[in-house]
Design a binder for this molecule. Structure first.
Ligand code: ZN
Ligand code: ZN
Length: 367
């Protein structure tokens, strides 16, 4: 193995080991304090499949050691490899500590959700982006730490966020509910309901999204999502909390009024969590007909471009048909050249991004 390749592999193995080690220790905390740190609704599921989740944890600990050792063998700098191995050892030691039962808490963190999603999405999308990359860019590109913090808040805070998302519909639209009509809606086949959810929630989110672009003070919130200059699976997590809450609660209103079945809602939530990651990913696949039926990276990358031709285009999240209908669709034969905001670049730090909309005195379009 030549020297450059050795350093490259060693470095990647070391960083992977360190990150996996952190995930293992966080997972151990979930096992230790399940009532406080684990999503309450998911607890019975974990308990019923305890052996599976313990198996995943052991496999991840083994990967932490393996990548740590590879890094130690290949690199002169022992920092990352050692860190991974130390974290892996801590995780093993924590395995032998009994869990602390504190009784059901009113609000629990979704640390389990953060750890599992990061592990699964990372294992799927990082190799996918290496194999089918659209652009040559680093896994740990500029801003990844900030995006990871956004990812952490939206996942660990899932219980509070979901509650806040459902609140406005319950508070303001309960009058619009017709039990008989809801029965008819919920009696349809699940796949049909699933498509209807995508269609109606996307119609609302199209206009909310468009407002976030065209009303200057709203843009200051949404500019955070557009501030990434490189697109990848993690870049989509960069969303101001106000932006996420307003968009999600508004798109939940038609779902709430129409009253779809539980199974269709679960399918929708599962689909959204992967689809949102996929459309930001650094992958080059294009789908000849499908690209006009469902949003793909090609469609959403054009939304994120700072190239003149793509500004304020492709507002739909799922169904490009809304952009076609309202005259904002843009999907030429080539890919966009660059991404990001046009005039002002929001700060790079997580807290700076949270404060950004409240700090800016002079609102400008494309801020
Ligand atoms: Zn946007
Ligand atoms: Zn986006």
């Amino acid at each position: 193995m030549n020297r450059r390749l050795r350093i490259d592999v060693g470095k990647r193995a070391g960083v992977t080991s360190g990150l996996l080690g952190v995930l293992c220790v966080l997972a151990e905390f979930c096992f230790l304090f399940p009532d406080l740190l684990v999503t309450r609704d998911a607890l019975p599921f974990y308990k019923a499949n305890l052996a599976v989740f313990k198996g995943i944890l052991w496999a991840t600990i083994a990967m932490t050691f393996l990548t740590g050792l590879i890094s130690l063998a290949l690199m002169r700098s022992k920092v990352h490899g050692t860190l991974g191995i130390v974290l892996g050892t801590i995780a093993v030691l924590m395995r032998f500590t009994d869990s602390v039962e504190t009784g059901p808490a009113t609000v629990s963190a979704g640390l389990d959700y953060f750890v599992l999603e990061l592990l699964v999405l990372g294992l799927v999308f990082i190799p996918l982006e290496r194999m089918f990359k659209l652009r040559e860019q680093k896994i740990f590109r500029k801003g990844w730490q900030t995006d990871l913090k956004h990812f952490f808040v939206s996942h660990a805070g899932i219980q509070v966020l979901s509650f806040a998302t459902l609140l406005p519909a319950n508070a303001f639209f309960a009058w619009a509910i017709d039990a008989n009509f809801q029965k008819v809606v919920a009696a349809q086949p699940v796949w049909l309901q699933f498509l209807e959810i995508l269609l109606v929630s996307d119609l609302v989110s199209y206009w909310v999204h468009r407002a976030f672009h065209q009303v200057p003070w709203l843009w200051n919130f949404h500019a955070i999502h557009h501030s990434s200059q490189e697109m990848d699976w993690l870049a989509g997590s960069r969303i101001h909390i106000v932006d996420a809450l307003v968009t999600r609660s508004a798109s939940f209103v038609p779902i709430f009024i129409l009253g779809f079945s539980q199974a269709a809602l679960v399918a929708y939530v599962a689909f959204v969590s992967v689809h949102a990651v996929y459309i930001h990913s650094n992958t080059r696949w294009r789908f000849p007909v499908l690209r006009w039926l469902i949003a793909t990276p090609e469609f959403h990358h054009w939304h994120h471009t700072s190239d003149e031709e793509g500004i304020d285009k492709n507002f739909a999240v799922f169904m490009p048909v809304w952009d076609k209908l309202f005259g904002t669709a843009h999907m030429p034969a080539h890919w966009p050249k660059k991404y990001g905001t046009v005039k002002f670049q929001p700060p790079e730090s997580y807290l700076g991004q949270l404060a950004y909309p409240f700090r800016r005195k002079r609102a400008t379009p494309y801020g």
